[in-house]
Design a protein around this ligand. Structure first.
Ligand SMILES: Cc1cc2nc3c(=O)[nH]c(=O)nc-3n(C[C@H](O)[C@H](O)[C@H](O)COP(=O)(O)OP(=O)(O)OC[C@H]3O[C@@H](n4cnc5c(N)ncnc54)[C@H](O)[C@@H]3O)c2cc1C
Length: 533
């Protein structure tokens, strides 16, 4: 997770200031918090208002005077919402804390060296270049004012206030550690590009370290990979780590045989791919076991540390798995903006995962112009999948356009989800697929999986490069993206350490490979040293 406190402090540095001051135009209602409006930005001078205390106030007009649609998020919901408004008589402002449209279903292939980030995360700005009614703003949304109809976002030390007439909130979900957030220190999730690159570096780094260590115990720990959660992401990751070890790395080390690697898939429930049913779950399980993946069902991970995980079995037995590399793919928690919206709209609630319980037209109570779509919405029968996000965003865009033609909110037909099915790939040449009542697995399912994912990848360039990388990986033994650096492993922890103190700081320091501070300084004192450096 991007640490904005730290980033803001970077923003005060000379270099960051110069970059911002050198003509960057961050939008028409935007100003630097500490220094007032950007003097070189004619837009910010003419379009933004300021209160007596210098705080930015909503601009009174948009870029064109047309109906202003603000979309938060550049995932499936945000991007498809913007695209469906292309021919609408509106001006669209898409605000996202990430500069790319991330195709999450293929993140695991970045983590295991098959694809590069470029293939699955094109810059949103480039994707929307030809959409003249759309503007893209980079920034983390920190506030939504439903009364004054504004969205506040932050980037470095810039605060931007963007007014809207209609709002689509598509900020998705993040990894959930079920209240044990400290597990994240040792077991990254699989939600962002940072996660995937960190994991790639951890996996490849573990093999490198195993080549160097001198004891069998250390070697075994380094060559043990634990994936927590046997949903589609866990299954795909486990399968690919096994293939990476058995096919790609085989024969490339002298002191170790990568095929000795243990890949363990730990699942708290009683089945692999539970929501896909016993037939497909069983197929996936058998395929993984054939590849040597150890599957441990009804096994709850109760603790995670640098050396491994603690597991509680169904009969109450507590045991340890010593493993250097752990991945968490066991749960999701909706973006905190969901809770904020619910608290500010009278009567709107969130479910246990923090998703907004929306009205039948995907809006929140009392605000028919505020739509919540994608993984952030809670609609019975709609899974947290790309299809739900795309269909929800399309519905919201159509409702906005119909409203401009005179349709009243109460005339909207309720959102209806069309389930196009689910798929998960297990290994090269093997996937499972469920379309309505039809369930099948194996090679045909794998081809269907490839075709579908190619279809939804954004941009011809990404598709062509992806097909080439798939050929290289699945027909040959090599992988095109095997770069990994120490920084990818350490950067997240180092950023977290900047703001940590006490036991948390000690744990982070340990995970970074240094002994906890023992010189009388609080561990957090490193923070200032690091910033100064
Ligand atoms: C590893 C993985 C594999 C998956 N595989 C599949 C699959 O095979 N098939 C399938 O259908 N689905 C799959 N999914 C689920 C699918 O990716 C999601 O359902 C879909 O991405 C949801 O879209 P969304 O737009 O709601 O959210 P997201 O795609 O998560 O996008 C959220 C956006 O909001 C932005 N954002 C968040 N908070 C803020 C903020 N405060 N301010 C500004 N911007 C913000 C983020 O930067 C991001 O751009 C997978 C998910 C993961 C993580």
């Amino acid at each position: 997770m991007l640490n904005f406190t730290f980033v803001r402090s970077l923003g005060r540095s000379k270099r960051a200031r110069a970059t911002i001051g050198n003509g960057a135009d961050y939008g028409w209602a935007c100003q630097e918090r500490s220094r007032g409006p950007n003097p070189r930005s004619s837009r910010s001078r003419t379009m933004s208002n300021e209160s007596a205390d210098g705080r930015p106030q909503p601009a009174v007009a948009g870029r064109t005077g047309k109906h202003r649609v603000v979309i938060i998020g550049s995932g499936f919901g945000g991007l498809f919402g913007a695209k469906h408004l292309k021919h609408g008589d509106v001006e669209v402002t898409l605000i996202s804390k990430t500069s790319t449209h991330l195709f999450q279903p293929l993140l695991y292939q970045v983590a295991t060296g098959i694809l590069s980030t470029g293939e699955i995360a094109p810059a949103t700005r480039l994707v929307l270049r030809k959409q003249k009614n759309a503007q893209v703003l980079l920034g983390e949304v920190t506030d939504i004012d439903l009364v004054n109809k504004t969205v506040t976002s932050e980037l470095l030390n810039l605060e931007t206030v963007t007014p809207y007439d209609s709002l689509i909130v598509a900020t998705g979900a993040q990894q959930s550690y079920f209240g044990n957030d400290r597990f994240a220190t040792f077991a990254p999730g699989m939600k962002t590009i940072d996660d995937a690159l960190e994991l790639r570096a951890r996996i490849l780094g573990a093999f490198e370290a195993a080549e160097l260590v001198t004891t069998q115990e250390a070697r075994d720990r380094l060559l043990t990979f634990v994936v927590v959660g046997a949903g589609p992401t866990g299954v795909e990751l486990a399968g690919q780590i096994a293939e990476l070890a058995d096919r790609t790395l085989e024969g490339t080390f002298h002191n170790i045989d990568p095929r000795d690697a243990r890949v363990i898939l730990v699942e708290g429930a009683g089945a692999v791919l539970g929501p896909m049913g016993p037939k497909l779950g069983g197929k996936a399980q058998r395929r993984l076991e054939k590849m040597g993946v150890e599957i441990q069902l009804n096994a709850l991970v109760t603790d995670v540390d640098a050396q491994g995980v603690t597991v509680k079995d169904a009969d109450g037995t507590i045991r340890r798995i010593e493993a250097s590399t752990k991945v968490w793919s066991a749960g999701v928690q909706a973006s905190p903006l969901g809770k904020m919206l619910a608290e500010r709209s009278d009567g709107t609630e969130v479910d246990r995962a923090g998703r907004v319980v929306v009205e039948p037209d995907l809006t929140i109570k009392g605000h028919p112009n505020v739509f919540v779509v994608g993984d952030l919405m809670s609609v019975p029968g709609v899974p947290g999948q790309a299809q739900g996000a795309i269909q929800g965003a399309t519905y919201a865009a159509k409702a906005i356009k119909a409203g401009l033609k005179g349709q009243a909110p109460q005339e909207r037909k309720p959102f209806k989800y069309f389930n196009k099915g689910s798929m998960a790939t297990v290994s090269r040449f093997s996937a499972v697929c469920q379309i309505g009542k039809l369930e099948f697995g194996g090679f045909i399912a794998w081809l269907a999986w490839l075709a579908l994912h190619l279809y939804y990848l954004v941009g011809y360039r990404s598709r062509i490069v992806t097909v080439i990388q798939w050929f290289v990986t699945f027909l040959g033994r090599t992988r095109g993206q095997m770069a990994a650096t120490e920084q990818w492993v350490l950067a997240r922890l180092a950023l977290e350490l900047v703001n940590a103190s006490g036991q948390e700081a000690d744990e982070l320091t340990g995970a970074l490979g240094a002994p906890p501070a023992d010189n009388g300084r609080a561990p957090g004192a490193r923070t200032s040293d690091m910033r100064a450096g």
